[in-house]
Design a protein. Sequence first.
Length: 258
Amino acid sequence: MIKQGAYHVEPWTVRESALDLDLLAQSESVFALSNGHIGLRGNLDEGEPRGIPGTYVNSFYEERPLPYAEVSYGNPESSQTIVNATNGKLIRLLVDDEPLDVRYGTLHRHQRTLDFRTGVLTRELDWSSPADRRVRVTTRRMVSFTQRAVAAIATDDPEADDLIHSARKASKRHRYAAEAAGPALGSVADKIVADRKELQDLLGDYQDSRLTSGFLRDLGGIPGRNGFTFGLLYAAEAEHRRQLRKRITKRTKSSRGQ
């Protein structure tokens, strides 16, 4: 039995506010997700450390014969044991080429919350690598009750999102400053204004996509809604945001020095 203050009594959630590596096996059971077809133990997203890894699929099992010296009524002819399926939960995160591993570096904050109303397991992590590179990561995991063959994991990087939002505001200020200096700088100012407007629109599209994803996630968690459809829309929006981030990275590199 787990007896520690990291688990809080709340109406509709189980929340763990600190990570105890000695209780990983127990906490993996507490935060396990299942819909009767797919079962996922609450292992950490990065795979290590772990207590007992577990990804299970209904009807995927090992069968062994049970021979007897004498035939007797009622004796089972075979034994069935459920076995691990391919682990699809792993998300390898690299921080400046260093793998995220809570056993190393500094773990500033670690919280896991299982919401019984939505069936979503949320993990919030604040960690510094041994090279003192600090990141904040949020992941969400669920198995579908309407499409039982579907499981999903979403990863957010709040720090990167906040930096992009700050870059948008900085780009806006730079653009306004260039517009004000237009009479003095002429075509140079016009070029800066056009460049910053293009960058500002791109950063704005990313922020809109981020807000849309949160809206779709909330809608999909409402009981009675078509969670599968909202999940597909969320995945499409996440891919759109990923492509935008690539464009932003390329665009900001080309803008350096201007």
